[in-house]
Design a protein around this ligand. Structure first.
Ligand code: NOJ
Ligand code: MG
Length: 559
């Protein structure tokens, strides 16, 4: 394990969604030993770290983001010993390990919530959650108008252990099986500091924080004016009394002290859905989180002006506080970017995704290659290195996203990016396990996009990712170099990054669906490109760099 305590500042972090990664025991659900068996693959891919989505004991009403015991491994996924082995084996390969902590809410099966059901109003057990008396003569109405981001009311009536109605309601900003914790309660705060230490002591290098913009609620729990913004899946409504409250920063100041007790210090990345890059940067103040996801960039789509604005705003706001930005194009909550960026995609078609898949993949490859050259760290989501598309054709009967059920099947598309990974072979489960079962069905044509099918194949998306990740490590300019925009034409973005040693790399993306001619003076050696349509030409006596449609490349001056 290298000892660079600043590894996270420009790392590439691979997100593993454990149930869908690799299944060692053939029960159709990925597991910890499956992950261990694929660590060599990750090392060879060239990533620096993995972030593992929750694997804790859970009733899986929200894919594990409903945690029943934060100090355990779900028995279907493995044991604590397996997990310790995974951490050690990852470290032996120089891979860091981020876990996922879910502090906004527990599962309703968590011992604390079960205690609520057995306890009386006003008890210490009740104070750990957001429980309030209902409105109306018989308390038959919820305490305020907050909605669940998974649709429906954000409140459910609290029944006692015998199932009898009470006058009280509990808040759940997500599913009704995910009661929100009361972060004004000192016991809650102490418990989570202790959970952090439990895993840090086992060698975990850091945590991704679920709903990091949640936790603190405006005092008095005032109604929200939903005219300001309808609930989005992950909720980044401006000025909502339940998101991005100033008090949440106090919690991170406490957590940072815990992380700094360790050598090397442990690291945080917040899942912060906030309205703009300025609000985002507040989470990265020097005594708070090291990094946060930058969803502003993810939401910019295939749009040169929005991408450029997002990049500029993000870098400017982060540089004021000396924190590195992060970049992400896909994760387990959004439509895979090979589909999301495709012509024909819009949010209303998330459930059908009838798009131009070929151009979608072409754009996704270009977007990834370009994004990998931005200053800071980058997250990639399992399967994007294979160019996997969104599986939008899943039958209603197999869908598990709670938002799907709570919206009556009109929303809740997150299963489509969680289909188990194809590793090899001609028939499902494509090497996900040694049998044929997988908790979500894989498309028949995934034989063509398995790891085995793409390995060693020139031009495959897997080889593009491998080459790009290895080059990114070698090129000093892509580590610490500042970013300087080059003059560009419409729908082309181009910048140069220069390392302290003077070496530089130019990164270009052509978002047009046509070839563009760019100055050949930007560099004469094409290091890598997302399509073959790149050439240095002499037309009419003038040297030009011809960049084909929807193509990105890295260029340097070889003298
Ligand atoms: C964000 C997670 O990424 C998502 O999968 C989950 O459903 C919500 N937080 C609630 O925990
Ligand atoms: Mg299994």
């Amino acid at each position: 394990m290298d000892t660079n305590a600043n590894w996270w500042r420009d790392a590439v972090i691979y997100q593993v969604y454990p149930r869908s990664f690799a299944d060692s025991d053939g029960d159709g659900m990925g597991d910890v030993r499956g992950m261990i068996s694929r660590l060599d693959y990750l090392r060879e891919l060239g990533v620096d770290a993995l972030w593992i989505s929750p694997f804790y004991a859970s009733p899986l009403h929200d894919g594990g983001y409903d945690v029943a015991d934060y100090r355990s491994v779900d028995p279907r996924l493995g044991t604590l010993d397996d997990m310790t082995e995974l951490i050690d084996q990852a470290h032996a390969r120089n891979l860091r390990v981020f876990m996922d902590i879910v502090p906004n809410h527990t599962s309703s099966e968590h011992a604390w919530f079960q205690e609520v059901l057995r306890s009386d109003p006003g008890s210490a057990a009740w104070d750990r959650y957001m429980i309030r008396a209902g409105k109306g003569a018989n308390h038959e109405l919820p305490p305020n108008n907050w909605k669940s981001v998974f649709h429906g009311s954000g409140w459910s009536p609290l029944t006692d252990s015998k199932g009898n109605a009470t006058a009280f309601w509990y808040l759940h900003l997500f599913d009704s099986t995910q009661p929100d914790l009361n972060w004004e309660n000192e016991e809650v705060r102490a418990e989570f500091r202790d959970i952090l230490r439990f895993w840090f002591d086992r060698g975990v290098d850091g945590f991704r924080i679920d709903v990091a913009h949640g936790m603190a609620k405006e005092s008095g729990l005032p109604d929200y004016d939903y005219a300001d913004g309808e609930p989005e899946l992950l909720g980044d409504q401006p000025h909502a009394p339940f998101w991005d409250q100033d008090a949440v920063h106090d919690i991170y100041r406490e957590w940072r002290k815990v992380a700094d007790e360790y050598d090397p210090p442990r690291v945080f990345c917040g899942e912060t859905w906030v309205p703009n890059p300025e609000r985002l940067a507040r989470y990265q103040r020097p005594d708070e989180l090291h990094t946060s996801f930058n969803f502003d960039y993810l939401q910019a789509g295939w749009d040169a002006a929005k991408m450029r604005k997002s990049i500029d705003d993000t870098i400017a706001n982060h540089s004021k506080i000396g924190a590195p930005p992060t970049w992400v194009l896909s994760n387990h909550d959004v439509v895979r970017h090979a589909t999301r960026l495709a012509p024909g995609f819009d949010n209303d078609t998330r459930l059908t995704c009838e798009v131009d898949a070929e151009r979608g993949l072409r754009r996704a490859r270009a977007a990834t290659l370009f994004t990998l050259t931005l200053p800071g760290s980058m997250y990639i989501y399992q399967g994007e290195e294979l160019g996997l598309r969104e599986v939008s054709e899943l039958d209603a009967s197999v869908r598990q996203d709670p938002a799907w059920h709570r919206s009556g099947g009109t929303d809740g598309t997150r299963d489509g990016c969680r289909v188990p990974i194809p590793w090899s072979g001609e028939v499902a489960s494509f090497g996900f396990n040694s049998g044929s079962s997988s908790w979500l069905p894989q498309p028949a044509d995934w034989a063509e996009v398995s790891v085995a099918a793409e390995t060693g194949v020139e031009g495959s998306t897997l080889e593009l990712y491998r080459d790009a990740l290895h080059l990114r490590r070698e090129l000093a300019a892509l580590g610490k170099g500042p970013l300087e925009w080059l003059d560009h034409m419409s729908d082309v973005l181009a910048f140069r990054r220069t390392a302290p040693d003077g070496s530089s790399v130019v990164s270009i993306i052509n978002l047009n669906n046509a070839t563009v001619h760019l100055p050949a003076t930007w560099g004469n050696e094409v290091l890598i490109s997302s399509s073959d349509d790149v050439a240095l030409l002499n037309t009419g006596g003038e040297d030009v760099l011809a960049v084909g449609p929807e193509t990105a490349l890295w260029l340097r001056d070889a003298g």
